[in-house]
Design a protein around this ligand. Structure first.
Ligand code: PMP
Length: 354
């Protein structure tokens, strides 16, 4: 027996690179190219005068933030749970809801944190293949299971599942919790939120990291029935009660209140995505239309590896996953129109140099 036998061994999630060089065009982690709502800056300035409040523990229920979210989404505050980014929220959901010992189900191509949490918490899982067009098929989820989770739009494909498929999966699993991870839903996809009233087994998770341009603040949230939110809080309060700090609570609330700014920046990103997709199509790239703030594309004449390296050589950082089925693809975050112009230009040069 060695002390090493007692160490929990896990293969950690590998996040996209955060290069120190600010000259790099950084389109690898789906951050928003615009600043957060102006009210966030004001809240941060005001916080400087309220620093004495930091001697107190923050509100365990993050009331100002929860109230702002409840108002925005037409829910009761008891239907909302906030956490330190949706990664924290999703991880707590795995711990709270996936405990039957039966395998949970998620797509074979999806957010690569799901299998990491499953391994961390010793939850068995089955990866249900997407079809050849990267669509989620409901039938694969209509089997005995210990829970279901999928992003919609899916990551890293950017493909939105059709609403009938999503509802079929939720309705077909009355004995399991179904989590729909809507990290990218605000960029033109349809949210499953209207179904919350009808399905007690549904949890919807969203984030401030993408559409609200606040990845650095770390805020995510879950929406579900009061009973499920209570269960989630019971586990969270048994783990670490005070994860949401005062600046996040106040800045998050300000961001939610400014719906006009939110609409403005998401519309700019959707429009830049549509322009970029047209350029990619013109250059011969193959991809499904995205409903997220990134495009997932391959080129028939050049490998994903080579394209990734060549872009890196031109100071453009995108994401490449060296995994089965997707190794020829690059995931390119939608930035400002100027950044997308630069990527388009670089891709043209790379293709012409061959
Ligand atoms: N879900 C999906 C599908 C994601 O791509 C991400 C971003 N990496 C997250 C959740 C987590 O984002 P955050 O923790 O920043 O809210």
């Amino acid at each position: 027996m060695s002390f090493e036998d007692g160490i929990r061994k896990v293969v950690p999630y590998v996040a996209g690179e955060q290069p120190a060089d600010r000259n790099i065009i950084k389109l690898n982690t789906n951050e928003n190219p615009y600043p957060p709502a102006p009210g966030v800056q004001t809240a941060l300035r005001e916080l400087a005068d309220r620093s004495a409040e930091l001697r107190l523990y923050p509100d365990m229920n993050a009331a100002p933030l929860t109230a702002a979210l409840a108002k925005k989404y037409g829910l009761d505050p008891e239907q909302i749970y906030v956490g330190v980014g949706s990664d924290d929220v999703l991880s707590m959901c795995f711990l709270t809801f996936f405990n039957t010992g039966k395998p949970i189900l998620f797509p074979d191509i999806t957010y690569s944190f799901y299998d990491v949490w499953a391994d961390l918490y010793r939850i068995p899982y089955i990866q249900v293949p997407l079809d050849e067009n990267f669509d989620i098929c409901a039938d694969g989820y209509l089997r005995d299971n210990g829970g279901v989770i999928f992003p919609n739009p899916n990551a890293p494909t950017g493909v939105e599942a059709d609403p009938q498929t999503v509802e079929k999966i939720i309705a077909g699993n009355p004995g399991s919790i179904v989590i729909v991870d809507e990290a990218y839903v605000d960029f033109g996809a349809r949210s499953v939120l209207p179904l919350l009233d009808r399905y007690e087994n549904l949890i919807v998770v969203q984030t401030f990291s993408k559409s609200r341009a606040m990845a650095g603040m770390r805020i995510g949230f879950a929406m579900a029935s009061p009973g499920l939110i209570r269960a989630l809080k019971d586990v969270k309060f048994s783990f670490n009660s005070y994860t949401m700090n005062l600046p996040s609570i106040l800045c998050g609330a300000e961001a939610v209140k400014d719906d006009g700014y939110f609409r403005e920046i998401t519309a700019k990103i959707v429009s830049a995505r549509e322009d970029f997709e047209e350029k990619l199509r013109g250059m011969g790239f193959v991809f499904r239309n995205s409903k997220s703030n990134f495009v997932f594309a391959r080129h028939p004449d050049i490998s994903g590896d080579e394209l990734f390296e060549k872009l890196r050589g031109k100071n453009i950082c995108v994401r490449h996953f060296g995994r089965p089925r997707i190794r020829e693809y690059l995931r390119i975050t939608i930035g400002t129109p100027a950044q997308m112009e630069a990527v388009t230009h670089a891709l043209k040069e790379i293709l012409e140099e061959r």
